[in-house]
Design a protein around this ligand. Sequence first.
Ligand code: CA
Ligand code: CA
Length: 447
Amino acid sequence: MSLKNTALAASLALALVGLTPSLAAAEQWGVGQPRGDLGRQVLAANDGWAWAEGGTTGGAAASAANVYHVSTWPEFQAALGGAGNAARTNTEPRIIYVHGELNAFETADGTLSTCETFERATGFSQAAYIETFDPSGPWGWNDPAGELVTLQAAAANAQAIQTQQHIGSNKTIIGVGEDARIVGANLRIRDADNVIVRNLTVSDSTDCFPEWDPGDGETGNWNSRYDNISVWTSTHVWIDHNTLDSGTMPPDQLREVYGRPYEVHDGLLDITHSSDLVTVSYNRFEAHDKTMLIGSSDGRTADRGTLRVTIHHNLWTDIGQRAPRVRYGQVDVYNNYYVQTSDADWFEYFWGLGRESQLYAENNYIALAPGNEAASVVRVFGGTAMTEIGTRVNKAKVSVVDAYNAANPANPIGNDAGWTPQYRLRVDPTMSVPQRVQHQAGAGVLR
Ligand code: CA
Ligand code: CA
């Protein structure tokens, strides 16, 4: 480059710093230029379903003015186009770098809201709700109803405006370094195409207002509405190298109310409402009950032909169920590592075969704690078959489908999901999966 061009480039750079807050912010963070490297990376060719039909580039096309560095929740919301529904329709290519910990209860003035904030704003009391609908009291086993239910919905909406954040089309959200973290949020990718989330810890999507459903199961259940990340009616989504957990409220820390766990979470990553073309790679899913739901209802026949998801090289530690639970979709689950580090007594199953599910599982490594059987890896909710190749359970080659069928001879499942995955990177030998996934999955690994 000639001296003249160098001088021109320098003056252009100065002009850009003056014009674009994002570049100035980048310098403030000591990262010089934005890490075009990570923020502008796109999904590799053939890396799962998110590659099909056009690929996934997120916000890689963002102009310099649309590169954001955020370190608070309100900054994060603003970078996405605003709180509430505002961000949902924002389709501008944007890259959002997340620095440090963002708390979704943080308000615009920097104070932290609490569950009581939403109660005061609406005149609702969750304590009164719990007292009123106690099945051992006069209300009995009837569904909650009346003014308390109306007020609870209002309080829940007040929380949603604070802690639920929509992510629109053409966005990349990328954690910077090892400690980028969002706590208390429900990140909802809704009505969007082309979204990337990488290198981020998303923790404890707590719901202030769990609902009692006396008809759920034999003994009723508390249900919550928030997933750490929800993918709704969205396509071309790449969720990569994140850590998703329950924070300080994993299943064994939940108190019991009416003799049932007072569950303040829903999923870690739920993919529903005809979402399609999603790749979930190299994430950690930790200590959680209902971890990943793909397809939310048997009756949602519009989901037929959608919900195509690839799930590879993820680490699933002490999961209760839904890893994943599938309806309708062609879901490719390869090279995952499932591990039970403790005798987590909330384990129910990993692979849930729901209505018209087409789960294809290859070279997954499952480490079960003593007392849990290979047959319990699969549970059937109306599904009829899955393809299973190369599974190992506690080092041994095991067909969990055969184990399931041996344990359930009256209702066996078939061993052909009826399709073959075509979008994959390398498929590793099963025995190499634990080490590779332990070292490479989760937030803080990418450089
Ligand atoms: Ca912060
Ligand atoms: Ca959910």
